[in-house]
Design a protein around this ligand. Structure first.
Ligand code: CTP
Length: 397
C-alpha cells in the first residue's frame, strides 16, 4: 500500500504514454497522492484532461503558464518519489546531460527524492550505444532504472524496449517503500566481478563475470539504508557513485581488502568470481613465443569466503555464491557448510539467461538450517531484492 505517499509521475513523449493512465489509476487506488508533470510532446499521446481528472490535481508541463511561473523546486521537494514512465530516448538523453528545456526536466533536476524511470523505445534505439551510455550515466547518478520488457513494439517489430507493465511498476514501487531502510545502520561488505591474475605485463587469467549481480546487491543494500563497501574486480559496468568502492585486480588484493573490512561488517556477501588459481612466477617481461609449448605453474589462491567463515562472529551474517554446472544442489550445500556461510546462492549455468554477462539471473538459496528458497528467472536487480529479503528474514534485522 502507498497510503500517504506523494508521487510525482513524469510522462515523456512515447506511445507507451497511454500506459501511464493505468499507472496513475493504480497509484491512486493504492492510496498515493499523485501529481503529473508532462513534457510538451507527451500531450500528443495522452491528454492532460484525463490525467488531471484521475489525479484530482492540475497537470503541468510548461515552465510558465498564464503569466505565472511553475514552482518546480517545490514540486521536486514535495515528492517521496518521482517516477518517469515512459522515459523516452529524448528525455533519457536530457537526464544524462542535465539539459533543462522543459518543466519535467526542471522538476527532475530539483528533485530531492529517489527517481525511478521506466524506459520505452524501439529495440534499435534501446540497443544504440549512446542509449546504453546514457542509461549507465543516469544509473551512476543514483537514478533507479526499471528493466524494459520484450515483445511487440510500436514499430511493429518484436524485441526489447517495451516499457515495464504498469502492474510491475506498481509492485516495484510498493515493495520499494515497504522495504525502504530495512538495513539502516548495518555495515555491509559486498564483492563483485572477476579477478585478474597476471601472467606477464600484458596477459592475465580471468573469467567471464561482469560484476552486474554484485553491483545490484550493493545498490539494493544502499537503497535499504545500509553503509555499503563494494570490493570490485575489473568491470565495464558503471559503479554507483554513492557507494564506497574499493577497486581491486587480483584475488590476493580482494582477499586483503575483505579481511581488512570484515571486522566492522554485520553482513558480507561474497558474490565475486574469484580466481581459484594464480600464477606462481609472474614474468616481469612479455613472454615471447620462442617455444612450441610453455608451462605455466599455478597455485591456489586464498579462499576469501572460507577465511571470513572461519573468523565469523555470532552477530555476523555471511553469504556465499555458487556457480555450478553439475550436481548443483549437492555442490552448493557442500560449499555452504564447508565455508561456514549462513546462506549460499546457487546460480546454475544450465539455466538459460542465468549466470555470467546476462542481465537476468535465476537463483536458489540454501540456508544453513536446511531451508531452500526457489526463485524464477528475473532481472538481476529483482534477484538482488529477493536475496536481501531472505537475508532480512534470516538475520532478523
Ligand atoms: N570464493 C572466495 N575465494 C576464492 C574462491 C571462491 O571467496 N578464492 C567464494 C566465491 O566468492 C563464492 C564461493 O566462494 O561466494 C564459491 O565460489 P565457487 O567458485 O563457486 O567455488 P569454489 O570454492 O571456488 O569451488 P569450485 O571452483 O571447486 O567449485
Amino acid at each position: 500500500m502507498l497510503k500517504g505517499k506523494k508521487i510525482l509521475l513524469g510522462i515523456s513523449g512515447s506511445i507507451a504514454a497511454y500506459k501511464s493512465v493505468f499507472i496513475l489509476r493504480q497509484l491512486i487506488k493504492a492510496g498515493a497522492e499523485v501529481k503529473v508533470v508532462m513534457t510538451p510532446s507527451a500531450k500528443q499521446f495522452v491528454t492532460p484532461l484525463t490525467l488531471s481528472t484521475l489525479s484530482k490535481n492540475e497537470v503541468i508541463s510548461e515552465l510558465s503558464e498564464n503569466d505565472s511561473w511553475s514552482n518546480h523546486v517545490m514540486l521536486g521537494r514535495w515528492a517521496d518519489m518521482m517516477i518517469v514512465a515512459p522515459l523516452s530516448c529524448n528525455t533519457l538523453s536530457k537526464m544524462a546531460s542535465g539539459l533543462c528545456d522543459n518543466l519535467l526536466m526542471a522538476v527532475y533536476l530539483s528533485a530531492t527524492c529517489p527517481v525511478v524511470v521506466a524506459p520505452a523505445m524501439d529495440e534499435d534505439m534501446w540497443n544504440h550505444f549512446t542509449t546504453k551510455e546514457n542509461i549507465k550515466k543516469i544509473k551512476a547518478n543514483g537514478n533507479l532504472v526499471l528493466p524494459v520488457g520484450e515483445g511487440e513494439l510500436a514499430s511493429g517489430l518484436t524485441g526489447a524496449g517495451r516499457m515495464a507493465e504498469p502492474e510491475f511498476i506498481i509492485e516495484w514501487v510498493e515493495s520499494y517503500f515497504s522495504k525502504a531502510k530495512s538495513f539502516t545502520g548495518k555495515n555491509v561488505l559486498v564483492t563483485a566481478g572477476p579477478t585478474q591474475e597476471a601472467i606477464d605485463p600484458v596477459r592475465y587469467i580471468s573469467n567471464h563475470s561482469s560484476g552486474k549481480m554484485g553491483i545490484a546487491i550493493a545498490e539494493e543494500f544502499y537503497r535499504r539504508g545500509a553503509n555499503v563497501i563494494l570490493v570490485c574486480g575489473p568491470t565495464n559496468e558503471s559503479l554507483p557513485s554513492q557507494i564506497q568502492i574499493i577497486k581491486v585486480t587480483s584475488a590476493l588484493q580482494m582477499y586483503d581488502a575483505c579481511i581488512k573490512e570484515f571486522g566492522e561488517s554485520d553482513i558480507a556477501v561474497m558474490c565475486a568470481a574469484v580466481s581459484d588459481y594464480t600464477v606462481t612466477n609472474i614474468s616481469d617481461k612479455k613472454i615471447k613465443k620462442e617455444n612450441e609449448s610453455i608451462f605455466l605453474e599455478l597455485e591456489k589462491t586464498k579462499d576469501i569466503l572460507f577465511a571470513l567463515g572461519s573468523t565469523k562472529k555470532k552477530h555476523q551474517f555471511l553469504v556465499g555464491f555458487a556457480l555450478e554446472t553439475n550436481d548443483e544442489k549437492q555442490n552448493a550445500i557442500k560449499k555452504l557448510h564447508g565455508k561456514n556461510a549462513d546462506i549460499i546462492v546457487l546460480n546454475s549455468l544450465n539455466d538459460a539467461g542465468a549466470g555470467f554477462g546476462h542481465s537476468t539471473n535465476k537463483v536458489t538459496i540454501f540456508d544453513k538450517k536446511g531451508g531452500e528458497h526457489f526463485f524464477e528467472i528475473k532481472s538481476k536487480s529483482s534477484v538482488a531484492s529477493d536475496i536481501l529479503n531472505v537475508i532480512h528474514d534470516l538475520y532478523n534485522v
